[in-house]
Design a protein around this ligand. Sequence first.
Ligand code: FAD
Length: 391
Amino acid sequence: ELPPINADFYQVSELLTDDERTLQLKVRAFMEKEVKPIINEYWLRAEFPHELIPKLAALNICGVTYKGYGCPGLSNVMEGALAMEMARIDSSIATFFGVQSGLAMGSIYLLGSEDQKQEWLPKMQQMQLIGAFGLTEPEVGSAVAGGLTTTAKRNGDSWTLNGQKKWIGNSTFADVIIIWARDVDDDNVKGFLVRRGTPGIEVEKMEDKMALRVVQNGLITLKDCVVQEHDRLQNANSFKDTAKVLRMTRAGVAWEAVGCARGAYESALAYTRERKQFGKPIASFQLIQNHLVEMLSNLTAMQTMVFRLSQLQDENKLTDEHASLAKVFCTLRTRDIVSRAREVMGGNGILLQYDVARFVADAEAIYSYEGTKEINSLIVGRAITGFSAFV
Ligand code: FAD
């Protein structure tokens, strides 16, 4: 009789309330039943499983922490635990959800007028409307804070947008894309709700991605795209406001990394207990056990770290450097964990049907988005030394 596979070695889940734990297990069951059996096929074809959207909506978790507008108003710890549960089965679905619930709805929740919140949030909460968040550009990634080149020019009651955006998740089918652009008159960054079908916006699907293949990333071209003043995010006045959205969502990305690592660890541990070589389960070999213990050590450190991170968020004490430290540590450790998972599985570690190959690929995207390791390290470096290493 083998011990149960337990990836929550220090029982971090026991720190959740009973209701939170129930919801966590509900989302886990959903991911195992609805997502796990179909996701490799979609990953291979680089398509999004649209049939999952109403099922995800029915869980009633979208807009996790927001109050009002039909949102559940749960804790940040809960939001993180849900991101982890999704990524434990598939990081693309976690990313789709993070863009919709975090980046897109979060921009409107934090920076929209009351009218804008009323118009968009209830339907986005129900996932009847899908959102995207367009910040990164083909030539401007890490340097978005000072470097956006997409322009917005006001003419009376409307604005004209020109420029390009790259990597924008969900944008190929989104009903609304939040476009961040520089006001040519006052040089400040502003946010615009660009509705699907608006003349002057073109979205081209980015093909041949080798990670997060289920996520539909778009290359967006704006050519004299006219947006009404009432569709400008009314409380987004400079990049400092954009950064408020990113601060809120970056903690979620750290939790996603934990989920990806956890899924890989659980698959690898199960595999090594089944697979026999030299007449014995490979899990009985010392070198294999060493890999498993290294994986579990990092996973345990990551889980305790993100839990405390989200507690700080719940206590309104979260700083940029708190979120950045966890994003760097967890995504870096996840890369190590998924590569050890792949290693202990031998050749089967590169076969999609064993799932770990997908985790290995997807960890690369989580590592780079929402601020690379370098950029998040510089944010922490600036906080601890008092010197900014940014140009
Ligand atoms: P670059 O900025 O060109 O960086 C290249 C390298 O240089 C990196 O290693 C970087 O760390 C390093 N570097 C840059 N500056 C410095 C410095 N000062 N010191 C040291 N090193 C430095 N964006 C959106 O707006 N919306 C989305 O929905 C979205 N989804 C994404 C989904 C995926 C799968 C991916 C991969 C990206 C997504 N992005 C999205 C974009 C993402 O946020 C950027 O890729 C990221 O910010 C890095 O920018 P970059 O790729 O242009 O790299």
